[in-house]
Structure formats: C-alpha cells, structure tokens
Design a protein around this ligand. Structure first.
Ligand SMILES: Nc1nc2c([nH]c(=O)n2[C@H]2C[C@H](O)[C@@H](COP(=O)(O)OP(=O)(O)OP(=O)(O)O)O2)c(=O)[nH]1
Length: 233
C-alpha cells in the first residue's frame, strides 16, 4: 500500500497501540507485550523501518509491518500470521493515523551525548509527570525549525549549547495531534544544570533503565541504546 506521507509519520502511527487494535491511548514499547484483542504479542522491533511482533501468548500469531521510503511517500507492507482476520483493517488504520500525525505538532527531545553517556532530566511539573525522567526539550514554536528548538530548549533548561545531530528512532504519538521526536545532540563542553526541572543525570547504556522514564520515552530507549553503543559525542 502506497501512503503519500513521510515514513516518519507512518512509523509514529505504529507507536500508538490503538492502531494495532489494542487498548487505545497506550504506547507500543519494544521489548514489551501488547494485547491485540485476545492475542498477546511481544514487540521485538519498532523503528522508522517498521514493527515486528511475535506471539507472547499461546496462540501463534506474528505481525510484520514494513515501512520503506519511496519517491512519493511510503510503501507499507503488512504481514499478519495467525487466525484468519485478526489483523483486519490494520493497513487502513495505520494510514488514517499517519495522516493525522503527519500534521501533528512536534515536541523535540534532545539526547545530549557525551563520552558514551546520555543526559536525562527529572521533571518537576505537571504533578502527574513530576519525578519522572525525560529528555530535555519542548514544543517546537510556530516558524521555528526542529534544530532551533533543540538548541533553545537546551539553553533554557540546561544552560548549555548543543549541536543537534540525527533523529533517533521513530516519532512517538504522545497525544491525538502531538508527537515526540528525539534528536541526538553533541555538547562537548559546559556543565548542564537543572534550571527548570528537578535534576539532571548522565546515564550509560547499562544504567539507562535505572530511572523511571515518561511513557513515550520508553518507546525510544532501544534505539537510544543502539546509538550509545556507537558513540560520537
Ligand atoms: N521535553 C520533553 N517532553 C516530553 C518528553 N516525553 C514526553 O512525553 N514529553 C511530553 C511532556 C509534555 O506533555 C510535552 C512537552 O512539554 P514541555 O513542558 O517539555 O515543553 P513545552 O514547550 O510544551 O512547555 P514549557 O513547559 O517548556 O513551557 O511532551 C521528553 O522526553 N521531553
């Protein structure tokens, strides 16, 4: 199926569990199970090139969603193995959600990298997110580029200058029309301080699970781990 939208928007649709036919408004986290109707699937891969999930329950089901960039958008392939009809309508749901997410506002996150470690920030507000950890960042303002927003937010929140690099992982749907987009960023110098939030902490690939992340950020941790394994910053 050809979708006239960028692969990033199609990948974002896959992070929304409602699209898979699972509990709406939850997120699809690589490495974890997702219940699709009566089927339990273990998500083994989710990135800008697609999603792969295999049976975690007793029924032998598997799902392979491939995403490929083509000249006029995205080629989407869906292979579902298991009882007939269980993945019915999935292509159309992905295409519909991707169309909304392609127009969504963007929250940029900065994975600030230094010597094989990434900087995490502990939120101070709102109450439901206070104490949880996230990537420094915030909403891209109208007329602002993603890269400018990454630089501005790191200045405001951490008091450091960063150089935004490539995007890490898929966009993650964090509300009906809002996505989180994570950028690698270099900051060779400067001491980050928690100017707007509670605390900052450098984490290695090994201790990335030692803090409790905001739900959307957990979708991105496998991709971030891969990036930390091959450090540049
Ligand atoms: N900055 C940031 N926000 C995240 C992450 N993960 C995640 O779900 N969010 C959500 C929390 C908020 O609903 C929204 C961004 O809000 P924000 O408070 O950081 O930034 P903002 O620009 O909207 O507002 P402000 O507080 O800076 O004025 O995105 C993350 O890793 N970093």
């Amino acid at each position: 199926m050809r979708i006239p939208l960028p692969p990033r928007a199609v990948a974002a649709a896959l992070t929304d569990s409602g699209v898979l036919g699972a509990e709406p408004a939850a997120l699809v986290v690589p490495g974890e199970d997702v219940c699709v109707g009566e089927h339990r699937l273990r998500v083994v891969h989710l990135d800008v090139d697609g999603l792969r999930a295999v049976a975690a329950g007793r029924v032998p089901v598997a799902l392979d969603v491939g995403i490929e960039a083509v000249a006029d958008g995205t080629e989407l392939t869906v292979a579902a193995r298991g009882p007939h009809g269980w993945a019915e309508g999935l292509r159309e749901r992905i295409a519909r959600r991707a169309a909304v997410l392609a127009e969504a506002r963007v929250v940029v996150g900065a994975a600030v990298l230094r010597r094989g470690r990434v900087l995490a920030q502990q939120r101070a507000y709102p109450p439901e997110a206070a104490g949880l950890w996230e990537f420094p960042g915030g909403r891209v303002e109208p007329g602002e580029s993603d890269a400018d927003a990454v630089r501005r937010e790191c200045r405001e929140e951490l008091g450091i200058e960063v150089r935004p690099l490539e995007v890490i992982g898929p966009d993650v749907a964090i509300a009906e029309d809002l996505v989180l987009r994570l950028y690698a960023a270099e900051a060779p110098t400067g001491t980050p301080r928690a100017l707007e939030h509670q605390a900052v902490r450098w984490l290695t690939e090994q201790d990335i699970d030692s803090v409790e992340w905001l739900p959307a950020d957990r979708v991105l941790l496998p991709a971030l781990r891969g990036r930390l394994a091959a450090p540049v910053g």
